[in-house]
Design a binder for this molecule. Structure first.
Ligand code: NAD
Length: 543
């Protein structure tokens, strides 16, 4: 019985803990890191609440110490993927029919558990398996994920409150049904919060989910499943199936019950998923909702009027935090010739100050890239840049994969604004700088806009208010998240809803009602209180 019009708790952003020496959070996180590092767990599939072991296994390792095995996990094949679809379909009717405030309570409780009991568990798993330092893990696995949950329940309420007008004798209502079928969530390695959001956002709206996590983030994924269960999420609402991406997609996208895809990852993979849906379009019961946030080639544009001390910090933090493996990381910089000498000196000094190594050593700002494939691909880019006559390595440029997949933060300077690393997404600790002539602002802005197919994030640095306005207008189509005098990373849920356009995704803005509304299929209900009893209209009468 829901005899009340309920209001969810006022959302707030989770305060970020510092992990400074002497703090209690530092002691607790270190203890949890030791615990997880010393054990080797076995991770089953979780389908309909049941643990399933297929015997086909892979290992979860630490990228910064790749011989260190953290877990062995079981892999789903076509049979288990079909089981997960069935479990999701079976759970759907009860879950979708549960009053929304009851569903909301599960996710609010989840947020509270994240920021207490699960804070150190999720942060440590993210540090060990995804090679994030303590601060990056905190802002991701704890704060951002708790923020997603708290704000999303408020957005859910906002959506449900949006009701049509009624007229005399008529009551119009809008019911925001769950989609008919299951939602297929495919998550990337780089944010534990994204894995949490891609699964919970549709679940919150009454949908049930088949979740294929990234192979390189299975450890935090498994702990997310423990959290979901402890928060009271019923069995079968989110089903966890680590699997080969292509194989899993073949089975999931062939189901007539596919109601939606919630994806974050590379543009190539998203295009392949969309093409498969298009090829199967005649077989689905409903048109699947396709939501995908994809790649980026994010920029910093410095105007001659910029204040320079902030620019170097933006380049260093924006490009190298989490080894440049944020979709929003700056990877190309356009800077006027007059500004470059000062900024260059600051950038080199700061980059040389960045320590690199194991995440358990809190002095390290830089850790490893995610796996050998990422290491080899990045070193190949750096190798080609070194051979190019147009490019100079300003700082960094070396890598070593003997113990962990370590690549020095690298700044390349190019005289060719169309050189490979100015155009393609590397997803690595590499940024390329193009120095332009101060009198070529307009030409450089055009160049920037036309250089890359992506439009995710971008930042401008300028002091002149007219210039800020002109650049904001001129660069309107180049970024879904646009920053003025700040680095292009670090979007906060509830403050800067996130997503890009062009080849960067469908721009459904994670962490806003715009995303949640994609997971609802509204039904309009018109009720007439006293209906007509005569089929004739007045105009039909004789004069
Ligand atoms: P990825 O595309 O390699 O993998 C994403 C997911 O897709 C994983 O679960 C993976 O197993 C699966 N997958 C891989 N190949 C597949 C295939 N052929 N068919 C079906 N599924 C497949 O991406 P990643 O390396 O995990 O993450 C990095 C990418 O994600 C970057 O391009 C980055 O820009 C993007 N990203 C974007 C955002 C955003 O909000 N726009 C956020 C985070 C990451």
């Amino acid at each position: 019985m829901t005899n009340g019009i309920f209001t969810v708790p006022e959302p707030h952003n989770e305060p970020v803990l510092t992990y400074a020496p002497g703090s209690s959070e530092r002691t607790r996180l270190k203890a949890e890191l030791d615990r997880q590092y010393q054990q080797q767990i076995e991770i089953p599939l979780i389908i309909g609440g049941k643990e399933i072991r297929t015997g086909r296994t892979a290992t979860a390792v630490s990228p910064h110490d790749h011989q260190h095995v953290l877990a062995t996990y079981h892999l789903a094949g076509p049979t288990e993927i079909r089981m997960a679809i069935d479990a999701a379909l079976q759970a759907r009717s009860r879950w979708a029919a549960l009053p929304w405030n009851e569903r909301a309570a599960v996710f609010v409780r989840m947020a509270e558990l994240i920021t207490t009991k699960y804070r150190y568990i999720l942060n440590a798993a993210t540090m060990l398996n995804q090679s994030k330092n303590a601060f990056q893990a905190e802002v991701d696995a704890s704060c951002e994920f708790a923020d997603f949950l708290r704000f999303n329940v408020a957005f859910m309420e906002q959506i449900y409150r949006d009701q049509p007008r009624s007229s005399q004798n008529v009551w119009n209502r809008m019911e925001y049904r769950a989609l008919e079928g299951f939602v297929y969530a495919v998550t990337p390695f780089n944010f534990t919060a994204i894995a949490g959001n891609l699964t919970t956002a549709p679940a919150m709206m009454g949908n049930t989910i088949v979740w294929k996590p990234a192979a390189t983030a299975v450890l935090s994924g498994y702990y997310l499943m423990s959290l979901f269960r402890e928060a009271g999420l019923p069995d079968g609402v989110i089903n966890f199936i680590p699997a080969d991406g292509i194989e899993a997609a073949q089975v999931a996208l062939a189901s007539p019950h596919l109601a939606g895809i919630h994806f974050t990852g590379s543009t190539t993979v998203f295009n392949a998923l969309w093409a498969t849906v298009a090829a199967n379009i005649g077989t689905y019961k409903s048109y699947p909702r396709i939501v995908g946030e994809t790649g980026g080639k994010d920029y910093i544009f410095v105007h001659p009027t910029a204040s320079l001390p902030e620019v170097a910090v933006a380049i260093v933090r924006g490009s190298f935090e989490y080894q440049g493996q944020k979709c929003s990381a700056s990877s190309r910089v356009y800077i006027p010739r007059s500004a470059w000498p000062v900024v260059q000196e600051d950038v080199v000094r700061m980059v040389k100050d960045l320590r690199m190594g194991d995440t358990r050593d809190f002095r390290n700002f830089i850790n490893a890239v995610i796996d050998e494939k990422a290491f080899d691909r990045t070193m190949a880019y750096i190798g080609r840049a070194k051979e190019s006559a147009d490019v100079e390595v300003l700082v960094g440029g070396h890598g070593d994969k003997a113990v962990g997949y370590f690549i020095e933060p690298t700044v390349l300077v190019t005289s060719n604004p169309s050189s490979e690393t100015m155009c393609e997404e590397l997803f690595a600790p590499v940024v390329t700088v193009y120095v332009y002539d101060d009198d070529k602002v307009a030409e450089t802005v055009t160049l920037l806009s036309e250089t890359s197919p992506y439009a995710l994030t971008g930042a401008i640095f300028a002091q002149d208010r007219f210039i800020i306005q002109e650049l904001t207008h001129a660069l309107a189509d180049t970024a879904g998240n646009f920053y003025v005098n700040d680095k292009p990373t670090g979007a906060v849920v509830g403050q800067q809803p996130f997503g890009g356009a062009r080849a960067s995704g469908t721009n459904d803005k994670a962490g806003s009602y715009l995303n949640l509304v994609r997971w609802a299929s509204p039904r309009t209900i018109k009720e007439t209180f006293v209906a007509g009893t005569d089929h004739r209209y007045p105009f039909m009468d004789e004069a």
